[in-house]
Design a binder for this molecule. Structure first.
Ligand code: SF4
Length: 306
């Protein structure tokens, strides 16, 4: 089995600080093409590969690490191009054979050894929430919520837009719900926490090769080859596919909503405004972030008002 050693996203990996290998292979011309193509609706296979590279960047690079330019390369893509990319990704995911994923899960045979590393920023950048997870956290403890980082768009008035919430981290970088190395809400833990470390999405490796990834942090935590029953592997595969589909549907719904909102109110994404507002925020200023949740945009102020 050819499993590459990659970190996961959504429980997102920390950025590498060693430059930007994933952008290799994308020519300046190609990047300019996307920046200047506001109405690309059906990217061909090659264009989709480039979009995957660029989307991978936004998922991999932290804004506090001088990687804002890479993040903004993606944000400069038109909303409709991003929508076309996400729709293609969903189609591909639907066609992926569930039994193949189940067989990989069985081969990997992962078992948690309670090290707790996957619940820290150091190992996984942040925990992204599906709308169903957000509804649950609003019942358990709404103060655990924060707009997911790496905002996708910023309009000409300096307002940011992002596709969902994430869990807050504590000052030591551990998850808001991690206490004494254990999850305080384990029986109700969130969608991504249930399937982790399994995943099913395309991602670029350190050499920039894009392929399906099925496991996060291979050999970096937990135990392997522990013997998983066929039926259990099939259950995990189904849960993993369901999660990935729900994630993409949430992204698609968000992009459609932003597109409609921008058209209706004469708004547009402005890269220079994004940069300016992020600099202001880093200096301690407060920003407005609109989080897409259950079909509406919820206004949040960052830093959170006390
Ligand atoms: S919610 Fe629980 S399982 Fe999920 S990251 Fe936080 S502590 Fe870990």
């Amino acid at each position: 089995m050819d499993l590459k050693k990659v970190s996961g996203i959504r429980k997102l990996p920390c950025a590498s600080t060693n430059g930007n290998p994933a952008i290799k292979g994308i020519s300046l011309k190609e990047q300019i093409y996307y920046k200047n193509s506001p109405t690309v609706l059906s990217p061909n296979e090659e264009q989709v590969k480039i979009l995957i590279h660029q989307l991978t960047l936004i998922l991999h690079y932290r804004q506090d690490n001088n990687q804002i330019n890479e993040v903004m390369t993606l944000a400069a893509l038109s909303i409709r191009s991003m929508l076309a990319y996400r729709q293609k990704e969903l189609q591909d995911l639907i066609q992926y054979p569930e039994e193949k994923l189940a067989s990989i899960i069985k081969d990997v045979g992962f078992r948690c050894d309670l090290c707790g590393r996957c619940c820290t920023e150091e190992f996984n950048d942040h925990v992204f929430l599906l709308d169903t997870d957000t509804a649950l956290i609003k019942q358990i403890d709404p103060s655990a919520l924060t707009p997911a980082p790496y905002f996708k768009f910023c309009d000409q008035h300096g307002r940011f837009y992002v596709s969902g919430y994430a869990l807050k981290s504590k000052p030591d970088g551990s998850c808001y719900f991690l206490e004494g190395g254990r999850c305080r809400i384990y029986s109700q833990r969130l969608s991504i926490c249930r399937i982790y470390p399994y995943m099913l999405h395309r991602e670029a490796d350190e050499l920039g090769n894009v392929d399906w990834r099925q496991i996060s942090g291979l050999d970096e935590h937990g135990c392997y080859h522990t013997g998983i029953e066929d039926t259990r592997a099939e259950e995990i595969a189904k849960e993993t596919m369901d999660y990935e589909k729900a994630f993409l549907k949430q992204e698609i719904s968000f992009l459609k909503a932003v597109n409609a909102h921008f058209l209706k109110d004469g708004l547009k994404h402005i890269k220079s405004m994004y940069d300016k507002q992020m600099r202001y925020f880093k200096r301690g200023g407060s920003i407005e972030v609109y989080v897409y949740c259950n079909g509406i945009f919820e206004k949040n102020m960052l830093p959170a008002e006390q």
